[in-house]
Design a protein around this ligand. Sequence first.
Ligand code: DLL
Length: 449
Amino acid sequence: MSYPIYPTLPHDLNSPIHPVSAMDYLPVAPLRALQLHRLQWTVKWAYERVPIFRRRCQERGVRPEHIQTLADIKLLPFSKKTDLRDFYPLGLAGGNMDETARFHCSSGTTGKPICISNTMDDILVWQNGGMRCLAMFGLRAGDVLQVSYGYGLFTGGLGAHYAGEGLGCAILPTSGGNTERQVMLMRDLGVTAIACTPSYFLRIMDEARRQGVDFRRDTKLRHGIFGAEPWTTEMRDTIERETGIVAHDIYGLTEIAGPGVAGDCSHRTGLHIWEDHFYPEIIDPETLEPLPDGEVGELVFTTITRCGTPMIRYRTRDLTRLHTEVCPCGRTMRVMDRISARSDDMLIIHGVNVFPGQIEAGLLRVPEVAPHYQIVLSSTDTLDLFEIKVEVTAEAFSDNIRALENLRKRVLDAVKSIIGLTPRIILVAPGTLPRSDGKIKRVIDNRTK
Ligand code: DLL
């Protein structure tokens, strides 16, 4: 019943490239042929197995045999998160229960969770994506990987776990929380890589500072495998400067697989998408028309080897673009910009569109600012109130009112120069804003809609 997972390419044992990475370099012509073959298979599979998909195709007069080229994907209907909710729990599933190996669910903020069923082959495809990311980041057997993403319905913990295990790393499955012990184990077990949200790593950095642990001096940590939430280049620079590790970017989503759909290589041109499994498109979110490579729009994925829950033209809400240039690393898999924003995260403040990442980028250009902030929006009858609470580093925090006022003005200028608005900046003492064990919530929007 299942799609043959992935062809293996002959591997030169003397090559410095890890065997799992061989597919990353598949020449473009066979890659496109493989994608077309897999897309045709997927459409047929979903048409036969998922009544909602079949109905939507029939409404458009589309049948599986109409997919003759990759460009024909535009004939197919889109799918959205609301579909997974409306047809909760398993309306989009293609596999039967006896073919299902594991469920993952993501809660979202409101209403019913979405549930994704995976066959064992789906799990192996996902593991393959995760292993290719870790191998690209430079991890190998012998690395000690601390997995501080949450384990459970969230894909972060188990995704990073199986990816690391597949590569032969020693896994320390701490999950999130109990940060004091996380730092102790990291030091005592010689952890070389940690996988967690960037915001949880900030918390680990706080705790290490509290324990007097210096990452460079007292630990073997070299790699951070960060994702699951938008984080800016400025945040990456802050983390790398303060700890000496390399902060890698890993991307994924429950609906498509989990962590390991895409990741950045050492050239940092963006994130390579494992498009032999996850076929990307960029669309205009208003007209829903496909956009050419190079233009920014909404990222859409079609799983082309997934049996359990085949997702066709799934609208991720993530905003990015696909690059037109080939990455100097030699990988043929297309590169997308790092995900700096989701369309649902866009705030409209005083009529201006603002993304939290723009605010983060402005704040972190001021060296005395600690990487912790909170955006608070509230409204009076006539006005939106826009405040940013910003933590100051221990060194910069003092009771010298004039120095703090000076700093406040510099922070305001840095933010204003990016978003063109004048928020109220409130400087707060180190350690006073909420921290997170997983994905952080940085925006409190109390406005009456
Ligand atoms: O967050 C899967 C994951 C776990 C990815 C661990 C990476 C590491 P969901 O909970 O379904 O799955 O959330 C998916 O998180 O659509 C993006 O908006 C966001 N996201 C994930 N990775 C990144 C990243 C996991 N590297 C949603 N950069 C996605 C920016 C990211 N945003």
